[in-house]
Ligand binder design. Structure first.
Ligand SMILES: Cc1ncc(COP(=O)(O)O)c(C=O)c1O
Length: 416
């Protein structure tokens, strides 16, 4: 067996010096003294955002008032930003819009999927899916009544569970707790062979891992704007409907801006052609302006290179944990194999909550998900290799000095 020499910090300084993506970090505001490993929860602030949002407020809204809708293309923002996101998720034009929230988009598309498959009454998902994906499906099934249901299975049971009653399989592509990646092409093909539709939640994928919605022949997808797309807290989300389904798609939130002719103010709803029928309401102009800056920052990078760096950062973190923190009782919760892992590494530890709080107190921001997952996100667009070294070094000290045992790190806050 070949033994690798343990890494030292200077090795990583060398990697940063040779990193062609390093200048991208300059596009972001990163507070001094903070190691930000939580871009999987809330992306960092692009430097362009404050000026752009100020411009929309002061120059567009402030000076042009209602004329802004026409003069500044506000009404087109959902499709303009949607088309940019489409490039990050492997979708040809005309299939993505940036609207509403992930939960609302899930509601619209799950309901639409059930209508596309009359006679089938099951939404199939995995028990470990993100709670909102499950709660929205439960709420929808209860609203519809008459036999509609959400069926939950374990990850390894999904394929076998797709039977003749499943209308739609709803899964999160990159697992929010472990960063494990589902086989999008394989599961989609299997679901469709069984007559079901396939919906993917891309919250932890868009801007983080390669996604090829069109190539995988996905039917429907949703995702948020505030994680790896850096759109800011509560940024608008996005949705995707494959072109082949659009003309038959009926979504239940039939707001006026999904109407074929909104300014005709007709008393009856007629859906707009194409993806526009998935829009419900007046666009969130300020939110979309900020989201566009975040998406532009991602589009400025070569995505293959970004993905290679994301893999290198997560590999490095795992290696350093194994080399420098092996005695502290951490278990790796993310797949060891890089192609099966998103841009995040999760470790499990009985005292994970307090350890994460002790790290935050030292300026290393990760987060915690019950019961015992410590999550560390590695956004390649603004993180350096030395950041990974420094984060592991802080973790080693928190453990070696038992700093996490201090009373102030024990009580749970409402947001973890
Ligand atoms: C997989 C997944 N879906 C959905 C959401 C959140 O949905 P919403 O933007 O509606 O709050 C999250 C948030 O972390 C998520 O991880």
């Amino acid at each position: 067996m070949i033994q690798m020499a343990p890494l030292i910090r200077a090795d990583l300084e060398g990697l940063d010096a040779r990193d062609a993506l390093a200048p991208l970090r300059e596009r972001f505001t990163l507070p001094e003294g903070i190691l930000y490993l939580d871009g999987n929860s809330l992306g960092a602030l692009p430097k362009a955002t404050a000026a752009r949002v100020a411009q929309v407020i002061e120059a567009e809204w402030g000076k042009d008032l209602i004329k802004g809708w026409r003069q500044h293309g506000w009404m087109a923002l959902p499709s303009r930003v949607g088309e940019k996101i489409a490039r990050l998720v492997g979708a040809e034009p005309g299939q993505v819009v940036a609207v509403d929230t992930t939960s609302i988009n899930l509601f619209k598309l799950l309901a639409a999927a059930l209508r596309l498959k009359p006679g089938r009454k099951t939404i199939l998902s995995e028990a470990g899916n993100f709670p909102t994906d499950l709660y929205i499906a439960q709420g929808l099934a209860e609203l519809l009544g008459s036999g509609y249901r959400l069926r939950l299975v374990e990850k390894d049971e999904i394929l076998d569970a797709i039977d003749g009653d499943v209308a739609v399989v709803s899964l999160t592509h990159v697992d929010f707790k472990t960063a494990e990646i589902h086989d999008m092409a394989g599961i989609t093909a299997h679901a469709q062979a069984k007559g079901a539709l396939m919906l993917w939640d891309l919250c932890h994928s868009a801007g983080a891992v390669p996604v090829a919605l069109d190539r995988c022949r996905a039917d429907l997808a949703v995702g948020c704007g505030y994680k790896y797309l850096n759109g800011g807290p509560g940024a608008p989300a996005f949705l995707y409907v494959a072109r082949r389904l659009q003309e038959a798609l009926e979504q239940p939130l039939t707001g006026w801006l999904g109407h074929a002719d909104p300014f005709a103010f007709e008393p009856h709803y007629r859906p707009a052609a194409g993806i526009a029928r998935t829009v419900c309401s007046t666009p969130s102009v300020l939110g979309l302006a900020a989201l566009e800056c975040g998406v532009d920052a991602m589009l400025a990078a070569d995505f293959a290179a970004l993905n290679a760096k994301s893999t290198a950062l997560t590999e490095l973190f795992i290696r350093l944990i194994e080399e420098r923190c092996s005695t502290f009782g951490f278990t790796l919760a993310s797949p060891r194999e890089a192609v099966r892992r998103g841009s995040q590494v999760s470790l499990r530890h009985r005292d994970g909550y307090a350890i994460v709080q002790a790290l935050i107190a030292r300026g290393v921001i990760g987060d915690f998900r019950a019961p015992d997952y410590m999550r560390f996100g590695f956004a390649p667009v603004y993180l350096r290799y030395v950041d990974v070294w420094d984060a592991v070094e802080h973790l080693r000290r928190v453990m070696a000095e038992a700093a996490w045992q201090r009373a102030e790190f024990q009580s749970r806050a409402a947001v973890t």
